[in-house]
Design a protein. Sequence first.
Length: 309
Amino acid sequence: TLLFFSENKQNESSSSSVYVHNPHLAEMKDDVLYHLSLATGTHDLPAMFGDVKFVCTGGSAWRMKKCTAYIAAELGMEDPKSDYPNICAGTDRYAMYKVGPVLCVSHGMGVPSIAIMLHELIKLLHHARCTDVTIIRIGTSGGIGLEPGTIVVTKQSLDGMFQPRFEQVILGKTVVRNVDLDQGLAEELLKCSKELNQFETVIGNTMCTLDFYEGQARLDGAFCSYTEKDKQDFLHKAKEAGVCNIEMESSVFAAMCNLSGLRGAVVCVTLLDRLKGDQLSCPHDVLQGYQLRPQILVGHYIKQQLKAT
Ligand code: R2B
Ligand code: URA
């Protein structure tokens, strides 16, 4: 059975809160955000996070620390003495850094990993009484027919059958959730990229898979039961469905933005063209350079937004 949940919350007021939809939370004395190593009973979350307006999230902890330093410099908020302490130092599941109104959090690889982080982050922002928060995933992906190094800003996240949906089994039933992302935000990011004029950026659909190898039609995993032609046919079908890139978190990210009222965008650089290969074999420094691009774009966007207010 498929249930379509219309849980999406539209904000009626001018400043929008971060929504949780869970009556049980109000009855809990303390809330332990276990995987972030934070809790309402031990941390003053409004004092620590009340001013957060932007969240950047990406897979690797190291990249999120680099992103924090980059954004601090962009905003003229760098502290030469500070080493940006990891707020989640009590755990090695995720890493979190803050500079001014910008929070940078790592999410690990894949849907389950980012979903756990987002549950706890959304509760954190709710407990901290944050308003008008924008969250941007800055990540990597495999492109389809794009020059490596191109940035894709996601319009819709499609599943492995090219459907715009995120399915989750809850209490033995499949729940389907909406995966549209904020089109206004996507357009603003595209505009920022044009202003920067440092790399190509496109808006398009992103296919989100549960695996890097067979799930993404690679021929180089430990197991493979299809031919090069099967792979090419599949990737061309994806392209016809508007898929510009493939990654592993956008579906649940989009779904949880919709549920919580967070304004969200997915900004991923393509590390290779999947029509031409599977292995990430180009030089390390070239790949590293590509990975900086999403943070350059998002840094520019945040700077502009803060100037405007
Ligand atoms: C992009 O890169 C990772 C796999 O290499 C995965 O987290 C993703 O979405
Ligand atoms: N991340 C992915 O999920 N796929 C790729 O091909 C590259 C990065």
